[in-house]
Design a protein around this ligand. Structure first.
Ligand SMILES: Nc1ncnc2c1ncn2[C@@H]1O[C@H](COP(=O)(O)OP(=O)(O)OP(=O)(O)O)[C@@H](O)[C@H]1O
Length: 304
């Protein structure tokens, strides 16, 4: 069993009257890609900032990369690459100049070689002399990632790194994360995208500053207890409206000519389909990760 890169217990943080993180235990193994999920405001960013020593927890203890999170935040910061939601690049500097600047901040020996290596690694070489401000969203994120890993951190903390980036660029960004995991880099990444959650070895779901579910995506789905049905036909939108307000139906979503419904209450869901399922052709399907998250978000929304 590999050593844990992150191992914290009972983390707590309060802002004014708001308890944002409340007794959070988290272990992430070395080389693991761990997805951090949860509704807006559930405490993901706050946790990430406590882990990398940017924010002092009110309580709790533990280690990040073998360093005590309370006593050795500086040592942790040196070995962590942190990409914030609003990563700022110097738009009027070129790609290479931005990276050279970061290398200076980290006082890296042999800066020129380090920048050349990372440009190659991230396939940014052909864009090295382009102004950062003129890059597309996907390339900007890739440059931001390059800047985060330039000093060869052991842990990457990525806070919604691909928000607003197109599907191809997002997929390539994740390919890079997986390539680096092979070399032993640990990643904790917050995301609201289900396809990204499915690319993590393990996901951790946060609600009101506590972990409520964690495990491999397939395990989380299998343990959810949800039943899902799919109906197909011409009248899906009208049937969706009718079903959405039926007892026992937690979610009803239209995908093209298919209507997907899910519930924890199998019998109530079947009754709803029988009475309000219209002329659609219905079949039971496997629940998916998005069904599970919509379920958890609705439970939270109802104060559960
Ligand atoms: N410095 C701060 N001062 C006061 N309140 C804060 C501060 N930082 C965060 N909060 C509040 O703490 C709560 C949790 O915020 P946090 O950014 O950790 O959530 P999140 O899960 O990352 O959300 P999102 O998915 O929207 O990024 C929010 O209600 C936020 O407004």
């Amino acid at each position: 069993m590999s050593e844990a890169a992150i191992d914290v217990r009972g983390l707590r943080k309060r802002f004014g009257g708001l308890q944002v993180v409340e007794g959070l235990d988290l272990t992430v193994a070395e080389g693991e890609i761990c997805g951090f999920l949860g509704a807006n405001g559930s405490g993901k960013t706050t946790t990430i900032r406590m882990l990398c020593g940017l924010l002092k927890p009110d309580g709790g203890e533990g280690h990040c990369l073998g360093h005590d999170i309370l006593r050795e935040p500086h040592a942790i910061r040196r070995q962590v690459g942190y990409m914030t939601q609003r990563f700022s690049l110097y738009e009027d500097l070129t790609v290479a100049e931005n990276l050279d600047f970061v290398a200076r901040v980290y006082e890296m020996p042999n800066r020129r070689e380090a920048v050349r290596r990372i440009l190659d690694r991230m396939e940014l070489g052909p864009r090295r002399d382009q102004l950062a401000g003129q890059l597309s969203g996907g390339w900007k994120q890739r440059l931001a990632l390059a800047a985060c890993v330039l000093h060869e951190p052991k842990l990457l903390l990525l806070d919604e790194p691909t928000a607003g980036v197109d599907a191809k660029a997002r997929r390539e960004f994740w390919d890079l994360i997986h390539d680096m995991a092979v070399e032993g880099l640990t990643t904790l990444v917050s995301t609201h995208y289900m396809d990204e959650a499915e690319r993590c070895k393990r996901i951790v779901y946060l609600a009101r500053g506590r972990i409520v579910v964690q495990g491999a995506a397939a395990t989380v789905v299998a343990q959810s207890g949800l039943t899902a049905f799919e109906g197909s036909g011409d009248d899906v939108d009208r049937v969706a409206v009718a079903l959405r307000h039926s007892p026992g139906v937690e979610a009803a979503a239209v995908f093209g000519r298919a209507l997907r419904v899910a519930s924890l209450d199998r019998e109530a869901l079947k009754r709803a389909i029988e009475t309000r399922g219209g002329a659609l052709v219905w079949r039971e399907v496997e629940p998916r990760l998005d069904d599970v998250f919509i379920h958890m978000l609705s439970v939270q929304g109802k104060g559960g």
